[in-house]
Design a binder for this molecule. Structure first.
Ligand SMILES: [Zn+2]
Length: 120
């Protein structure tokens, strides 16, 4: 079942170093920028061709952050996705809204799923 929920507001907060997406269903997702960079969905970052078609989505709360990233720019892509320009020059990751919903801990919690680790 593809999640078709769309953003009502998108905020790139450089001070908090996070992206906030307020969805039209009322959930607000917070994406730490470093984790978001590591979760880049492009083929190169997902490990090349052998990883293509993998059903596995990264977990933002446990993803390994290897370094600090800044965002130079973020733009809407065709009204269905966000594209980031990262400080390391990378920009080929297209983060569809469906993908952002799937990796959002807040959305998982709202769905009653796992993702909430007490004490973290
Ligand atoms: Zn990438």
């Amino acid at each position: 079942m593809e999640d078709k929920t769309r953003p009502a507001a998108i905020t790139l907060d450089r001070e908090q170093h996070e992206l906030r997406v307020q969805w039209e269903d009322g959930i607000t997702s917070r994406y730490p920028l470093n984790a978001l960079r590591e979760a880049c969905p492009c083929a190169v970052c997902r490990g090349g061709h052998e990883m293509m078609g993998s059903e596995h989505d990264p977990d933002l709360e446990t993803i390994e952050v290897k370094r600090e990233y800044q965002v130079s720019d973020v733009q809407l892509v065709g009204n269905y996705a966000l594209q980031f320009w990262w400080s390391d020059g990378h920009n080929s990751g297209i983060y569809s809204f469906g993908y952002l919903r799937r990796i959002s801990p807040e959305v998982k919690r709202a769905a009653g799923g796992q993702g909430n680790q007490p004490g973290r």
